[in-house]
Structure formats: C-alpha cells, structure tokens
Design a protein around this ligand. Structure first.
Ligand SMILES: [Zn+2]
Length: 579
C-alpha cells in the first residue's frame, strides 16, 4: 500500500499526482532532489531510515544483502511495507518490475532512444506496479522529450541528463538540442539567458538553462493534463524527434491506452495531425457507432457533411439541411476523423468536442478510414434509400468508397460544382424527400435518448424506451419509466451522456462497483472498492452497491485501477442512499 503518493487527475495515460511530503510536490515533476539513496550502503555504518521522517523519499537498499548479513540487519535496513513509516522508493528492472508497496519506483534498464523498448517497459511497469505509485525514469528527461515521457505514463524525472548535456556544451529547448557555439542568439528568456549572448555562456550556464527549460516544460505538461488537452499537445511536441513519434504511434491502439482514455468529458479536442485518426477516443467512437448503434428508421438516410460549429445542429449549414429534410429522413453526418455521426449522437463525446482543419481535400488514410466506417455502418443499418447530400470532392470520394464496398445505391443531391448549402442543392434534397413521411418531434427526441443509451451502455440498452417516455427540450432530455413515472436518467449537455438514477442504472445495465460497508457521500474512494467491472472507463456512469448503500456516479478511474488502488477517488457520487 502506498501512502505518500496519490494520483489526483488523469488525462488518458498521463496523470497528475502528488508526492505527499513535508513540502508536497505535484507530478509530473523533477524529484531527484527528494530522493535519499541507500542503494549501495549495505556495508556502511549508515543508520536505518528515520521513522516518521516525511521530508524526503528513501531509496531502500536494492542490492541483495552481502552473504552472512544477519536477518535483523536486513529487516532494519529494508523494512517490510507494513512497518515502513516513511516515504520510500525501490529500484525495479524494466524487464521484471515487481510491486512491493513503495510510493515511488525507479525504473532501470530502459534503453534510451529505443521507442519499442521504452513503450514495452512503461506498459509492463504500469500494469505490474501499484497504480497509485509514482513511476520514475532516471537520467532521461530533456525539455524536448519530457512531454512524450509523461504521456507514456512516467510521473517523475531528474535533471541529470539535462545537467550533464549542459556541462558538455549542449543547449536544450523544447525543439532543439544543439552545441552552444552553433547558436547566433539565445531563444530563451530564463534568468541565465536573459540579456546574454551564446558566447557569454559556459557549460555550467547551459546546464542551469537546461534545467530551467525542463522545469518550464514540466509546468506546461501539468497544465495540459489538468485541462485534458495533453494528447493534442503531444501530437505536436512529439515531432521534435523521431523516436517520440514512434513511441506514441506504437502506444496507439493498445489496451493500455484504451483502458485509460475517458469515454465522456467536456474537454474540447483538436484533431490536427494524421495521428489524431488513431486516438483511442476516435477509434472507440467509430467502434461503438458500428457495433452498438441502431438507426431509428430504415426507409431513407441522408448523408450530410459535418460543420465547424458543434453540435452540428446548432450550425447554420445544418439549420438549412434540417429545414429541407423536416425529419423526413434519418440524418447521418460523415466526418473526418470520427467517421460517421448519426444525428442522435451529435452531443456525445467527442462528436460535439472535436475541431479539425478543413481544406476540402481528404488524404488517402482519411478516405479509407471514414469510408470504411461508413461501409460498416451501412451494412449494419440497411436503408431502403441513401441520399448523399455532400459535395463531390472529398466527401463524395468517401461515399463512393463505402458504396463500392457495400453495393449500396446512392442518390446524389448536390450538383457538380455546387455546395450542399446552395439553393439548387437544398431544392434537390427537398425534392428527393417528396412524399416521405416525417417523424414527430417526440420521435426525434426519443431517437437521441435511444442512440445515447445504446452507445453508452451497449447494444439493446435503448430498448428501455419501449416502456418509457422522454420529456424536456433538446439537448436536455429526461427519460422516465412509463409504468410508474420513475426517473431513469437525464441527457446532459456538455457530456452528451445519460446521467442515470439507480433505477436507470439497473434498467440500462450500467457497469457496477462493489463497495465495502459504508455510505459514501461526495465520492467512493479506492480503498472502499471491493470489486469493479473490467470495462469501466473514466467518465462512465456506474452503479455502486455495498451492504449499507447503493448509488450512482461517474467513474474517475478505470475498473482495474479501482480494484488495485489504495488511494484516490474511484467514483464521483451523484446520488447515494443507505439500504
Ligand atoms: Zn534559458
């Protein structure tokens, strides 16, 4: 059990934490100055660590005791976790990291610059070691790489590499690592560099500057994590060196990332690089749309382009489209990088939260991915008619790609060279829907709730609407059980998900957390968790139940972390009652 480190916030694989010493330190951070190393002092007459001293982290002897060392000496110098009353660290090998109740683990044997080795090492360490311990990567951090290292899952670093490089004459910034003499001017305003020129700096100055730059970058990293925008930043920063791009790409698509990326949040998302297509949020959205979602009608679908404004229906172009369609068809938005967003899911994370550069040109990877998602979607939802109200270039290629894969017959309503919002296009759209019966407003609201229920809780969850009605105005809709007027959930703007009641959680099949014998108020803390479903992700609606209480809330860690952590908030409680 760790006692002096707590994870306070998460942004995917990266975390904010706090080393709880006399002077607390927020991580990711440099912590080299806080470590007191007992590593090679077996034979010395050094005292055992002081009980109750919380000014520093003691690195306990990690080498085997010399042959013949009396067991009481071993025990004194290497007390078991239960007996330790001071912050402690242990050195573990990247090959075989084993948990032993420490607050900090120093990972050794990571091969620098080898992206595959680095990614495998951090995955292994974070899986094996206690989730609420800090992972420390020594002698590696630079201003240029520390964001990527924190993104991979490291919490703590030292300044050794930056200092040694500086003393050797290397000047480091977020972008550069160059010999001092190659600089014409200093691209930095830290106290060392301000009002100086490169020829006035020596190795010690460069070392001090490097550490300043590293600290500044770590402050930046913490800020991005706090705001939930860390991935957006890393997609840019990683380009400073090849191995960082490799590492992020290698990590994408792994269970390690999938388990840690939130399913719902309010944070905006910039998808500005080709790696954005591989973000876990994007892939998960596409998967859920093609595996869980069911269209509310099967006569006519209209494929529409996305809009810069979100949610789409609030944009001017979609206002025009909706005027022309008048609920006479199922509206399906085609977009990069998400793939397909049925109208009912437009408020769901990240459909209402992403922003992406629009040039009208789609690259081959986008056409293939979005076209592939659209094909899967059309195979699952067999419409009698498919109307493509998109311009020929880009969007048209995607629709063609999907049509070829599925043999779908597409009706086109945007004339060559015209824009979908042009009158000629909108007239053609109206005409294509002539004679088709429109859905009622109530049916449309129900479609939003059903879509979200299936998306959030799994295929079939939306069947709860068979015995329920929907009240309120979009986007805030309440789901109420028909038979007894029991409130089941509310569609919440911002998150775009259903916030459920206890009854709602049961009916919709929300993931569950088993808790100990207590009645939680603001939150369920990790030590109170007895068991938790594997599939729980940050942001999920969960039901928690114990001998004395039942309630609902939003998950703050993933299921595995809830089970294995001894500190931190597992669930933010919305409603809790004793039983
Ligand atoms: Zn500087």
């Amino acid at each position: 059990m760790t006692r002096y480190f707590e994870v306070t916030d998460r942004d995917g694989t990266a975390r904010l934490g706090e080393l709880r010493l006399d002077e607390p330190r927020e991580t990711p951070a440099l912590v080299g100055d806080l470590l007191e190393d007992y590593g090679s002092l077996w034979s010395d007459e050094r005292d055992a660590p002081d009980e109750g001293d919380t000014s520093k982290v003691v690195v306990l002897p990690h080498r085997a005791a010399p042959p013949g060392t009396p067991s009481e000496v071993v025990e004194e110098k290497q007390p078991s976790p239960a007996e330790r009353d001071f912050p402690s660290a242990a050195v573990v090998s990247a090959e075989k990291p084993e948990p032993s109740g420490h607050d900090v683990y120093i990972l050794t044997g990571v091969r620098g610059g080898n992206s595959r080795n680095l990614v495998e090492s951090v995955k292994r360490a974070r899986r094996s070691l206690e989730p609420d311990s800090a992972l420390f990567l020594p002698a590696a951090a630079t201003p240029r790489n520390v964001a990527t290292l924190a993104y991979l899952g490291f919490d703590a670093f030292d300044e050794d590499h930056a200092v040694v490089s500086g003393k050797g004459g290397t000047y480091m910034t977020r972008e550069l690592e160059v010999p001092l003499e190659e600089l014409e001017e200093l691209p930095c305003a830290c106290p060392v560099c301000r009002d100086s020129s490169p020829d006035e700096l020596d190795g010690n100055d460069a070392a001090r500057h490097n550490v300043n730059a590293l600290r500044a970058e770590l402050a930046n990293v913490r800020d991005r994590i706090r705001n939930g925008r860390f991935r957006d930043y890393v997609e840019g920063q990683m380009r400073a060196s090849r191995w960082q791009v490799e590492a992020v790409r290698l990590l994408d698509g792994t269970d390690y990332v999938e388990a840690r990326v939130p399913v719902a949040r309010r944070t905006e998302m910039d998808t500005n690089s080709s790696e954005s297509l591989d973000r876990a949020e994007i892939r998960r959205f596409a998967r859920r749309v093609t595996e869980r979602y069911r269209a509310p009608r099967d006569d006519v679908a209209v494929l529409l382009p996305c809009s810069a404004g979100k949610p789409y229906s609030q944009s001017r172009s979609h206002g025009d489209f909706r005027d022309a369609i008048r609920r006479r068809a199922h509206e399906v938005i085609v977009t990069s990088p998400l793939g397909v967003v049925p109208r009912g899911l437009e408020n769901v994370y990240p459909a209402a939260h992403y922003d992406t550069p629009v040039t009208g040109r789609w690259d081959a990877k986008e056409v293939e991915f979005v076209g592939g998602v659209l094909a899967d979607y059309l195979r699952r939802n067999g419409y009698d008619r498919i109307v493509a109200h998109v311009e020929e270039r880009g969007y048209g290629d995607v629709v063609e790609h999907a049509a070829e894969e599925t043999d779908a017959n597409i009706e086109w309503t945007v004339p060559e060279g015209a824009h979908p919002t042009d009158d000629v296009s909108l007239d053609a759209l109206r005409e294509a829907l002539d004679g088709v019966e429109g859905a009622t407003l109530d049916e449309e609201k129900r479609a939003y709730v059903r879509a979200t229920a299936d998306y959030q809780f799994g295929e079939g969850a939306g069947d709860v609407l068979d015995d329920a009605y929907v009240e309120g105005r979009l986007p805030r809709l309440r789901l109420v059980r028909e038979s007894d007027d029991e409130h089941l959930g509310t569609l919440t703007p911002g998150y775009g998900t259903l916030a459920v009641s206890v009854e709602g959680a049961r009916e919709l099949g929300a993931a569950s957390v088993e808790i100990d014998d207590f009645v939680p108020e603001g939150s369920v803390l990790a030590p109170g968790v007895v068991d938790a479903d594997d599939g729980i992700r940050v942001g999920d609606e969960v039901i928690f139940e114990g001998p004395s209480a039942v309630g609902v809330g939003r998950a703050r860690m993933h299921g595995d972390e809830m089970r294995r952590s001894s500190r931190g908030v597992a669930v933010s409680v919305r409603h809790s009652s004793d039983i």
